[in-house]
Design a protein around this ligand. Structure first.
Ligand code: MIG
Length: 759
């Protein structure tokens, strides 16, 4: 229970209200009419945000705000903006309302009442058997916020957590973790910490962003259905209340605050193959050849750690992987791009350039600052670059640039950056930096991957001027500005295929529109049926890669015979046909912050059926896919929300707001197009860059409709200076097309052929 005492004094300075309670100071800042920060500086006077940077604050400032503060009696202060009303009361309570007076988020006033009961004796027994009893022994945390959540209102968010879309009744932790065992819905933490929640009330949706990089905890109405608890081991209470009324608006505001993913290079949205355990150049080349031979589109066969010389980062095993990127040159002629796995753990070894350049200068230090901190990762004993410092990021960035020059590397896949460590976790008191400020791993752990991604992004961009191709496993809120993500080591389990949908939808709701899982499953052995269903279900993911672990059954589609190969090809080709639509959505994301893959609740939040619908998703607003994610199933139960929908495959018309059954044999994934949609699609291709983009097809429904379509060179940033084509297409009810150019690029040729296909 909060107990700061009575309000003694308060003052308003522009958009900042400083409230002095008897025992605590609080600052409430109106950033925009819909974004309000509550800051309780118990740890530091400044915010020290890693998610919100200078440019983010500048962008928000452009939005403007309105503010009115009144004191209603001695014990309550009311802040009103054009969209929200906030009451700040004695004790330190902060309550949020909409302007109609509906309560959105109220602070919980009572005592916490846990529903878990276990006596000491039982606890000892459980412990003896090897159970984790930490959840029974929780003590009060230095940072805590307990908020009311009504009855059965769903709670979304927290990024890559396993489990369901609606996270109510579960508890989670924010502590980036590399746990190779099979992720279940009871897992508390995975690789990413994104302390952002979206709550859905009948009166509207709102978000809570608890900006804190220390170890955090979220009990989402599990301990007690009346409230949810956020707590942290250290740091400030630094809460952003995010209004907007609807889920898309809340996401728009959250990404206004923490930033939006920049447009990727077009080819990165294509298909990628990978495997840990391609031992040599020949393995990679054979796999690449096979994709062309079997006519399955593919952009890259990615290089996992095997290409390195003894797992030393930024080296190349020339004995097995050829000299100076020879192989890469050969593959490039066939349209393959080169993407490598990079690990932060830097081998401790006299004479190794990374060690020599970095020692006593760029690495984390032991708690007493007497030596560079050493743990172990793939190369054996390893140091950890102190990425929070700009000079360390610049150093890393120079090596990124060198890999681009010397080896013609085009993409960097940042792994093991939780950071992973083989000799137990890094002690919390290991020393590192946030900028010039000395701090410890306790504060930096959750942003290790964030800063590594920023280093890679900056180095790539500075060197090439191109859109950086960065993929990361670990991250925090705001990392979306620097990197795409994948969800780490899933397994070849049906439950993990099922998990993909809520996981990617949730990441999309938390600012990560470019995301994917290892198709087919990383650990364990896939089966022909599982692989087919997986490539179908993942067909619209924005990071589209099949990857598997060393020691598992090889997972390229042809390992499972012709039938699987045919099905696989069908869905990879389908993905490529929809590239222009996916790219349009990512272009729109710059403005609205919305992802490509969306849960139904994002656009149909008043329809309770969508609130925890975990086995279907929308692609933008115009398409819905209902993959089969259960073994042995050949009939799919489909829910279509309000409106009229057409089967993409057959053109059959369906009225929404109902369930029905759809035949779904192994090669069939039900896909629906919403009436009135116009969707741009390409012809088939083997890879991006194979043919000029000189023609476009518009998929329409009998109702006709219109759309904006964006086209650019797909690689650099010249689009920001107007170098892009923007088409406004309209299709009438006879299927006739008309269009108008809204913008014309200097160097990007326009299409010279247009075609309409009515489903
Ligand atoms: O400890 O580089 O998640 O994708 O194949 C395993 C080997 C290290 C973990 C990554 C996975 C990658 C693997 N890596």
């Amino acid at each position: 229970m909060r107990d700061y005492g009575k309000i003694k004094d308060w003052s308003l300075d522009l958009n900042e209200i400083t409230i002095q309670f008897e025992r605590q100071k609080m600052i409430v800042t109106v950033l925009t009419d819909e974004i309000i920060n509550v800051f309780v500086p118990t740890w530091s006077e400044e915010h020290r945000s890693k998610a919100i940077e200078e440019e983010d604050y500048d962008r928000i400032a452009e939005r403007g705000y309105s503010i009115d503060v009144t004191q209603g009696g001695e014990d309550i202060l009311t802040v009103t903006t054009a969209a929200l009303k906030v009451n700040i009361g004695d004790g330190g309570y902060v309550d949020f309302y909409d302007l109609k007076g509906n309560a959105l988020s109220l602070e919980y006033r009572g005592e916490r009442k846990s529903r878990k009961i276990l006596n000491m004796w039982d606890m000892e027994l459980l412990k003896a058997e090897g159970h984790d009893i930490s959840s029974y022994t929780e003590s009060a945390k230095p940072v805590e916020d307990v908020r009311v959540v009504g009855g059965n209102e769903p709670i979304y968010g927290l990024g890559d957590k396993s489990g369901l879309l609606d996270k109510r009744s579960y508890e989670y932790e924010g502590w980036n973790s590399d746990d190779p065992s099979a992720h279940t819905e009871q897992f508390r933490s995975l690789y990413k910490s994104i302390p952002f929640l979206i709550c859905k009330k009948p009166a509207g949706a709102y978000g809570l962003f608890y900006d804190n990089t220390f170890h955090t905890y979220h009990d989402l109405a599990k301990e007690n259905p009346e409230y949810m608890v956020y707590s942290a081991d250290d740091g400030n209470l630094d809460l952003y209340f995010i209004g907007g009324g609807t889920i898309p608006m809340v996401i728009g505001n959250y990404t206004l605050l923490t930033g939006r993913a920049p447009l990727p290079q077009l080819w990165t949205l294509g298909y990628h193959q990978c495997r840990w355990g391609y031992r040599c150049a020949k393995d990679i080349a054979e796999v690449a050849e096979k994709f062309r031979e079997l006519d399955i589109p593919c952009e890259s066969v990615q290089y996992d750690i095997d290409y390195m010389d003894g797992y030393r980062v930024f080296t190349w095993d020339e004995a097995n992987y050829g000299f100076q990127g020879e192989l890469i040159g050969e593959l490039a002629k066939k349209g393959f791009k080169s993407v490598i796995n990079t690990d932060p753990g830097t081998k401790v070894e006299e004479g190794y350039f990374m060690y020599e350049e970095g020692k006593n200068k760029y690495f984390f230090r032991t708690a007493d600052d007497s030596a560079d901190y050493v743990n172990a990762v793939w190369p054996g004993d390893a140091n950890y670059p102190d990425f929070g410092r700009k000079e360390v990021r610049d150093w890393w960035g120079e090596h990124i640039a060198k890999m681009m020059d010397d080896k013609k590397i085009m993409g960097f896949w940042n792994d093991m950056n939780e950071p992973a460590s083989f000799n137990g976790p890094l002690p919390l008191d290991v020393i590192g930096h946030d900028g010039d400020r000395k701090t410890t791993h306790k504060e930096l752990h959750n942003v290790y991957g964030h800063f590594m991604s920023k280093a890679t992004y900056d180095g790539y961009k500075k060197h090439s001027g191109k859109r950086p191709v960065v993929i990361t496993r670990a991250c925090y809120s705001g990392t979306q500005k620097y990197s795409a993500i994948w969800t780490g080591d899933n397994q070849s389990l049906w439950s993990h295929l099922q998990m993909m949908i809520p996981q990617l939808c949730t990441l999309g709701m938390c600012g990560y529109p470019i995301a994917g899982v290892d198709i087919g499953g990383f650990g364990g052995d896939t089966t022909p049926e599982l692989l087919c269903r997986w490539i179908e279900a993942a067909a619209f993911s924005t990071f589209f890669r099949n990857h598997s672990a060393n020691g598992t059954i090889r997972q390229e589609p042809w390992q499972f015979g012709e039938k699987v190969t045919d099905i696989y090809r069908k869905y990879v080709k389908l993905h490529y046909r929809f590239l222009p639509y996916i790219y349009d959505l990512l272009h729109e994301e710059q403005e609205n912050g919305l992802p490509v893959m969306r849960p139904l609740v994002m656009h149909y939040e008043d329809d309770a059926v969508t609130h925890n619908l975990n086995d279907e998703y929308l692609v933008g607003e115009k398409m819905l896919v209902a993959p089969v994610v259960n073994p042995g199933e050949t009939i799919r139960k489909v829910y279509l929300p309000e409106g009229t929908w057409y089967s993409f495959w057959t053109g059959e018309k369906h009225e929404g707001r109902r369930y029905f059954l759809e035949e779904a044999p192994l090669d069939h994934m039900p896909i629906y197009i919403k009436a009135g949609s116009v969707i741009p699609v390409y012809e088939e291709m083997s890879y991006v860059g194979e043919k000029p983009f000189d023609r476009i097809t518009l998929l329409a429904t009998p109702e006709g409709g219109s759309t904006l379509h964006y086209q650019d060179g797909g690689e650099d940033f010249s689009y920001l200076k107007g170098n892009y084509n923007l088409y406004s297409f309209s299709v009438d009810t006879n299927g006739e097309l008309s269009y108008e150019m809204k913008n014309e690029a200097e160097t990007v040729p326009q299409y010279d052929m247009f075609r309409v296909v009515v489903v």
